[in-house]
Design a protein around this ligand. Structure first.
Ligand code: NAP
Length: 294
């Protein structure tokens, strides 16, 4: 554990609301310590009405950068100077870099999604896939699928179907892809769509701590043993949704690997140094076990 901070110590951190249960401070500070970098990463709970002031503070206080989480990933864009290609297409930013007074917005979630799905590339390419959700992270999933996995067809299921339709319009224009179908989230009706998909991704907040008993569907026939089911939620590490898919023989993947991979990309953008991800993964699992036992 470091013992002191000096005038050259760089400040990085996280803004969101609420942020109490985020693992990012643990991941980033542990990686900084392993690499002996003179940075410190702090969480800042910023409600929506303070977002603009918080962005001004990056410049006023000379922060090196910030992670951005719920609910600010989309609204923060109008306060930034420039966006990376993926952040601009996705329409959401999860990492800001203060580049000598210029605020650059990136979306490293896309990198976390690539790293998580890469082992299944052969299954996903040219297949039917379903994304549940139409928020910022669903957009990152769809960008990544189109850019790197080339599925045959993408179904989007969302509680508010109109948001799914807006998303489809955006991506059809920006990425010239038109094999989308949208559906309202209504589990009995979604069964066929889900069971005919080789990849199912939950990109909603349904099932996230503390509402761990919630699930997108409790219809077992939605799943089968030829599927990959990926839930972006990392707390709990295996959601009720994943438990059900696994019970039907599907291969399931939780959000922890994505969390670490997106954190690694942000770390690299701020420090120029590669994050030692395998060491972090082991430590993070211990940290989660210890904290969920309390
Ligand atoms: P967001 O932009 O707020 O979108 C939330 C989505 O969840 C929307 O599609 C919303 O539907 C849906 N939703 C919310 N409550 C619901 C309910 N009760 N029933 C059905 N649908 C509901 O959030 P986000 O940034 O995309 O994040 C989504 C999830 O991804 C979160 O759990 C987050 O922790 C996770 N995530 C994980 C990582 C990682 O590294 N593993 C990274 C980013 C995000 P409506 O459109 O109808 O409101």
């Amino acid at each position: 554990m470091r013992e002191s901070f000096f005038e050259n110590t760089e400040l990085i951190g996280l803004i969101g609301h609420p942020i109490k249960h985020s693992y990012s401070p643990f991941i980033q500070n542990y990686a900084l310590e392993l690499k002996q970098l003179d940075f410190v990463y702090l969480p800042f709970d910023v409600p929506a009405e303070n977002l603009k002031i918080a962005v001004t503070a990056i410049l006023a206080l000379g922060l090196k950068g910030l992670n951005v989480t719920l609910p600010h990933k989309e609204k923060i864009i109008k306060f930034l100077d420039e966006l990376s290609e993926e952040a601009s297409i996705i329409g959401a930013v999860n990492t800001i870099v203060n580049d000598h007074g210029k605020l650059m917005g990136y979306n490293t979630d896309a990198h976390g999604i690539i790293e998580t799905l890469l082992p299944f590339k052969d299954i996903v390419t040219n297949s039917n896939v379903t994304v549940i959700g139409a928020g910022g992270s669903a957009r990152a999933v769809i960008y990544t699928l189109l850019r790197h996995f080339k599925p045959e067809m993408i179904n989007i299921i969302n509680r508010t179907q109109q948001k799914a339709d807006t998303l489809v319009n955006d991506f059809s224009l920006k990425m010239r892809y038109d094999s989308f179908h949208t559906f309202e989230l209504f589990p009995p009706d979604n069964k066929e769509t889900l069971s005919n998909s080789k990849l199912i991704v939950n990109a909603t907040t349904m099932g996230m701590f503390p509402d761990v008993e919630d699930t997108i569907t409790d219809i077992e026939d939605s799943f089968n043993e030829e599927q990959i089911v990926f839930d972006l939620i990392y707390n709990p590490t295996k959601t009720k949704f994943l438990q059900m898919a696994e019970s039907q023989g599907a291969k399931v993947v939780g959000g922890l690997q994505m969390l670490i991979s997106q954190a690694a990309k942000s770390f690299e953008l701020w420090t120029g140094v590669e994050m030692p991800t395998s060491e972090i993964a082991g430590k993070l699992e211990n940290y989660i076990q210890k904290n969920s036992a309390q």
